[in-house]
Write a protein that binds this ligand. Structure first.
Ligand code: UD1
Ligand code: CA
Length: 467
């Protein structure tokens, strides 16, 4: 069985994006457009993938991994871009799949269908087509008495040809050797003065090969993104597709329109996602977890039964049945073990929090290791930074840290220790010990009446003075 090579055209500037960033690096559902094409090709079994780069070549090369690159120094059209890939491809007898890098919605199944069509028919060119309600901007497929007779670009088309709505989506499966012999025959004799890849199928047919079109029902499958409006449309389509797949897998999503889930997010059945939630990066949500409303979780793991509401979780782990939020911020490797509670206005950074420990309100916990069943009162702060270096705080199991305590790191509070509210802990507190800093409380009986009388007299005197 012949192996399949893939060529992805990604050298264009993408002028219509009006961006410093090369077009194919704009993201849809958290992945670059070219990244989506690479994923689809890989999943369709394409063995070698060559990405043709030009504009912003370095940026594209550093963003895309596990592929080969070819450089197209000057952008003289899509056909010219494929020519630039040939020296990298070398001799290739098998099918060659060619795709634009700006069609992020394609699926592996669609590409597999094109490859299969080429292999089973031995056609020299297989062209993916769709019928678009609005074909504007796309190359139209021209049939003459049932015979394929070419693709006409919008800019080269007559008004009658522009009415045709079966279009080329810039994805093809070619017979390798036929592609290689057709490319030198391309000319720039067209409205844009470019080497059009769209002319290759007709050239292969003039050389005696068969050309077939594979018409796909779903017109969104190969939508090209040329500007930011189309980028947003593609993101909508992908969002619906991703959310639908999660729902079919058993995830409850209350409002799929208001839920954004990246392509590398894994969600177990019976998780519940509330509106306004963004799940990004490599994130894993286990069964029974409840996420949202209005939460953002990036590169994190939320274990079974945990809840995260109105909160931001970055690069962190939330343990089984832990409760986070509302209005919590976990970041930079915060690790909550099971049944931890992190409440309103609590930030946890680079810390391990033991089983059943509670950080219920208004705290900053940074660079700390806190044991199991610790009660951290409202307003407790780890002063982890001395202006130069970060220091750790260690709190043993079942310790009690009273409200508004400041722990000056490096800080060490032993197991079962009791720190009274309002303390500043600047020395180690041994296991089982009591610690307290508290200025004496002054109480003056009947003071308020005297105070009010004095203040009122002051006010009356000022008012009586002439202006
Ligand atoms: C192309 C097709 C058109 C099709 C449409 C589908 C041609 C001539 N036209 O038009 O029939 O309907 O795609 O989306 O092929 N690129 C390079 N080097 C170049 C020029 C382009 O690498 O010199 C890359 C671009 O980065 C882009 C892709 O090729 O990823 C397509 O180029 P673009 O300019 O978007 O082509 P369209 O005008 O959309
Ligand atoms: Ca395009």
């Amino acid at each position: 069985m012949s192996t399949v090579a893939g060529i992805i055209l990604a050298a264009g500037k993408g002028t219509r994006m009006k961006s410093e960033l090369p077009k194919v690096l704009h993201r849809v559902g958290g992945e670059t457009m070219v990244g989506h094409v690479v994923r689809a090709m890989r999943a369709a079994g394409v063995e070698r993938i060559i990405v043709v780069v030009g504009h912003g070549a370095e940026a594209v090369q550093s963003e895309v991994s596990g592929v080969e690159f070819a450089i197209q120094h000057e952008q003289k059209g899509t056909g010219h871009a494929v020519m630039a890939a040939l020296p990298v491809l070398g001799e290739w007898d098998g099918p060659v799949l060619v795709s634009s890098g700006d069609t992020p919605l394609m699926t592996a199944a669609a590409l597999a269908r094109l490859i299969e069509a080429q292999k089973s028919s031995s056609a020299h060119s297989v062209i993916a087509t769709v019928r678009r309600q609005d074909p504007t901007g796309y190359g139209r497929i021209i049939w003459e008495s049932g015979k394929y007779s070419g693709i006409i670009e919008e800019k080269d088309a007559t008004p009658e040809q522009r009415l045709l709505n079966e279009v080329c989506v810039s994805v093809y499966a070619f017979h390798g050797p036929a592609l290689v012999s057709a490319l030198p025959k391309l000319s720039t004799d067209n409205a844009q003065g470019e080497y059009y890849l769209t002319d290759v199928p007709l050239i292969t047919s003039q050389a005696g090969g068969e050309v077939i079109t594979e018409l796909f029902d779903d017109e969104t499958l190969f939508s090209g993104v040329n500007d930011r409006a189309q980028l947003a449309e593609a993101a909508q389509v992908l969002k619906r597709r991703v959310n639908r797949q999660h729902m079919l897998n058993g995830v409850t999503i209350l409002d799929p329109e208001a839920t954004y889930i990246g392509v590398d997010v894994d969600i177990a059945p019976d998780a519940v996602i509330y509106p306004g939630t963004l799940l990004e990066g490599v994130t894993k949500i286990e069964t029974g977890a409840k996420i949202g409303p209005h939460s953002r979780i990036v590169d994190s793991e939320i274990k079974a039964g945990a809840t995260v509401q109105n909160s931001v979780v970055l690069n962190s782990v939330v343990g089984e049945n832990a409760r986070v939020g509302p209005f919590s911020y976990l970041r930079a490797n915060a690790q909550l073990e099971s049944e931890v509670k992190v409440g309103a206005f609590v930030e946890v950074k680079n810390s391990q929090i033991g089983v059943k420990t509670s950080l219920a309100h208004l705290s900053y916990i940074g660079d700390a290791t806190i044991g199991a069943k610790v009660n951290v009162g409202a307003g407790v702060i780890t002063a982890n930074y001395d202006g130069y270096l970060k220091h750790r705080t260690v709190i043993g199991e079942s310790a009690f840290i009273g409200s508004n305590t400041t722990l000056i790191a490096p800080a060490d509070v032993g197991a079962d220790a009791f720190v009274a509210a309002g303390s500043t802990v600047s020395k180690p507190v041994a296991a089982g010990a009591f610690a307290m800093t508290r200025p004496e409380l002054t109480i003056k009986d009947d003071w308020v009446a005297r105070y009010r009388a004095r203040k009122q007299a002051e006010k009356d005197r000022l008012r009586a003075e002439p202006k």
